[in-house]
Design a protein around this ligand. Structure first.
Ligand SMILES: [Zn+2]
Length: 463
């Protein structure tokens, strides 16, 4: 008990949880275990009411000094920026040296989009291969502070893989709940290796959500679902790392994929807080790209309505963003409107081709990430982004998260979802515009040289 009290003091002074609905505005102690606002059911934000060090020049110097340190808290690309986080200096941080992801100059992708230059921020280079790690390090640290023994999420995707890894680091039990038959293989493999209990429920997704709400009443269990505000806190530091890597030059546009919209919410919060602290003097325009079969946020943005209409059966091969009812849409909308960004959707064909093009820059990503390059190409042809603009695309997952997709594309065996009974299989086939299939050759020098010559000829002028 004494230990728990000591841990609870790890909350930073002046940090609180606050309901994002301005009509409610209720606020709560940081360590009150709410998942939504108990007054109105709205989403919660973590707010820092006072900054420990408001001098932007000193913060920049401090963060640069930490790049040369080997302390785990300084090596982490999240905790390096801990002045932005709602934790005290002695918080029991759970880290896998997350963040520190590269910024790549991507000339092939730039030319494909019609841009002079394009930069890719590859969040798939995190420890478990997706951007989720930057939020999981803070959420699991909060679980430790609250004295939880078990952490729970309902997913077998990138979230589950990430939570399983951080729970293992913290020596917490990890439960991954999923309706029977909804297991996705690539990411499941990670959760199993990290020692999580993967529990397949007899029931549908609604049953899973109901049972999760019941579990949350147990004090020893902490929910790490997508509305957990401590995940957004970690993820928002990516905005600081991005700007730090660019010498604090603010890009004109930052473009992110849109699924559950936690990522866009976090970037929006991160940029806004950096501006409030005087570290930057303007916001980049934040745009969100969805897959057209799972685009409720793009639907909302293009309409007169101010309420998101969920999509009952979202469909896309970009499984990481196959979400019909994104819980963080209000936070994401706030971020897009405040920065004068845009929201759009792109087709399965556009996603597949953009992914292959990103590959030609030597950068591998999962399908959801490629919505960014596909979306930028559209925004340029629409005139929303100028050809000389300074643009950053955020890639969210590693190519090894979904190898079947890549192999099928290159072998012309990639088909859109099955829920199109009016279409024949051939009509559902995604054209392998930039395909690069393997070729069989005899084991002779001449055959290999001939194979190389043919490969070169076939791919000349691909893009
Ligand atoms: Zn409220």
């Amino acid at each position: 008990m004494i230990e728990t009290e000591k841990l609870q003091s790890a909350a930073r002074k002046g940090a609180r949880q606050r309901c994002i609905d301005p009509a409610c505005g209720a606020s709560f102690e940081l360590n009150e275990r709410f998942y939504v606002c108990p007054s109105c059911g709205g989403l919660l934000d973590v707010v820092l009411e006072s900054s420990t060090d408001p001098d932007p020049e000193r913060l920049r110097d401090l963060w640069t000094k930490r790049l040369a340190s080997f302390e785990p808290g300084d090596r982490s690309g999240v905790w390096r920026y801990r002045e932005l986080l709602p934790f005290a200096a002695d918080a029991p941080i759970v880290t896998l040296a997350e963040g520190n992801t590269p910024l790549y100059d991507a000339p092939v992708s730039a030319a494909y989009c019609g841009l002079e230059t394009l930069t890719l921020k590859h969040q798939g280079c995190n420890p478990t291969g997706s951007f989720k790690d930057t939020g999981m390090t803070t959420a699991v640290t909060q679980a430790v502070i609250l004295g939880a023994r078990t952490v729970v999420c309902a997913s077998t995707g990138n979230t589950a893989a990430s939570l399983a890894a951080y729970a293992a680091r913290a020596e917490l039990q990890c439960a991954i709940l999923v309706p029977r038959g909804q297991i996705s293989h690539n990411k499941l493999a990670q959760s199993l290796d990290y020692g999580a209990a993967v529990l397949e429920l007899d029931g549908n997704f609604d049953d899973a959500m109901r049972v999760i709400r019941e579990l949350a009443e147990d004090e020893s269990i902490y929910l790490v679902n997508s509305i957990n505000p401590f995940r957004i806190e970690g993820q928002k530091t990516v905005a600081a790392e991005l700007l730090h890597q660019r010498g604090w030059r603010v890009p004109d546009h930052v473009v992110v994929p849109g699924g559950n919209l936690g990522n866009s919410s976090a970037f929006g919060k991160g940029f806004r807080e950096l501006k409030d602290l005087g570290l930057i003097d303007r916001l980049p325009q934040l745009s969100v790209v969805q897959a057209e079969g799972a685009a409720p946020f793009a639907g909302l943005f293009g309409s007169e309505s101010d309420v998101l209409t969920p999509i009952e059966h979202p469909q896309t091969l970009a499984t990481a963003i196959k979400i019909g009812a994104p819980v963080s849409w209000k936070k994401a909308l706030r971020a897009v409107l405040e920065s004068e960004g845009s929201v759009l959707s792109v087709s399965e064909q556009e996603i597949a081709d953009a992914k292959a093009i990103i590959g030609r820059d030597g950068v591998g990503c999962e399908p959801a990430s490629a919505t960014t390059v596909a979306g930028i190409k559209r925004l340029i042809s629409d005139g929303f982004i100028g050809p000389d603009a300074d643009v950053v695309a955020v890639l969210t997952g590693h190519i090894l998260k979904d190898t079947d997709y890549a192999i099928n594309y290159h072998q012309e065996k990639l088909y859109t979802h099955d829920r199109a009974p009016d279409k024949t299989k051939e009509e559902r086939r995604i054209a392998a515009t930039y395909s690069n299939p393997p070729a069989r050759v005899k084991a002779t020098k001449a055959a290999i040289l001939e194979g190389l010559r043919r490969h070169e000829q076939e791919h000349a002028g691909d893009y």
